[in-house]
Structure formats: structure tokens, C-alpha cells
Design a binder for this molecule. Sequence first.
Ligand SMILES: [Zn+2]
Ligand SMILES: [Zn+2]
Length: 163
Amino acid sequence: MTCEHVTLPGGGRAIVCSSRRRARCACGRPAPLLCDWKVPGKRSGACDKPICAGCSTKPAPDKDLCPEHAQAYQQWKDERMTPWQWWWGHDDGFDTCEVYICYFPTRDAAIAAALHETQPGDRFHVIEARSSESLKHDQADVIPFLRTRNHEILTNGPQAAST
Ligand SMILES: [Zn+2]
Ligand SMILES: [Zn+2]
């Protein structure tokens, strides 16, 4: 909340408070986004620095980071990568834990789980990825894949079961 003293047309004075200031990014452009970097101890739990789309870094859909925290994020990512693990996922997206629900030690295990969870004829993805150790145990709703390889699209059916 910000409050200002204003002089009224009749000469009186008043204090006007508004809970919503027009936020500006550090670069000067209007800032429709807020930094989502977690800051313990702040009431909202996040940095909340206003940022424009041009200055935002998106670690995941619907997440934005201010330039300062984009740097912190990069540093943290480099440090907290998991070993390669196998993941499987449904057909409607990539690169997040929401889609690749579980991880497995081997490709066969991932495929077996996928076959169990999908219907015959459903397409699914298997991928080998390195994720982030600390996000996985956090309440973050999306786990980014930091590195990926061996991505395949398979169909639940005899050919997938036999490979
Ligand atoms: Zn900006
Ligand atoms: Zn920030």
C-alpha cells in the first residue's frame, strides 16, 4: 500500500492510499510480471520485484524471475542437478514433472510404468533427463529438466512392449 498527500481543488488536503501502484520494471517499461523467486521471511514468500516480459527469465511456465534471481537460479541449477534418470510422460507436453510424473532407474522400468498407466493406443514419451535435486523435494509444482537425451515417443501396444 502506498499513500500520498494530495491537494484538493478547493485547497484542502487529503491522504490518498492505493494498494495497486502501476508497477515499473527496472528498465522503465510497465511490469506486468512479478519475480517468483522464493524469499523466506517475506509475507508473500516471493521476491515480487516487478518485471517486464523482456527482462523476465522463465524457469517454468507461469514462473518469472527478475534478472538478479535469474542469475541466482542459474547458479543453483548448476549445483543441484540430479544424475540421469528415466522419465515417462503423457502426450500433452514436455519438460516438466507434471508431464513426466515419475522417474526410474532404467528405460525398461519407465516404459513398464507407462504401459501400466496408459491405455492401449495412447502415445507416451520416455526420456532420460537430469532434473533438480532440491526442487524435487520442494513444494514446487513443476520440476524443470535441466538436461535431456534419448527422447522417444512410443505407443501403448505390442510394439512398445516388445522393444
Ligand atoms: Zn524490463
Ligand atoms: Zn527477484
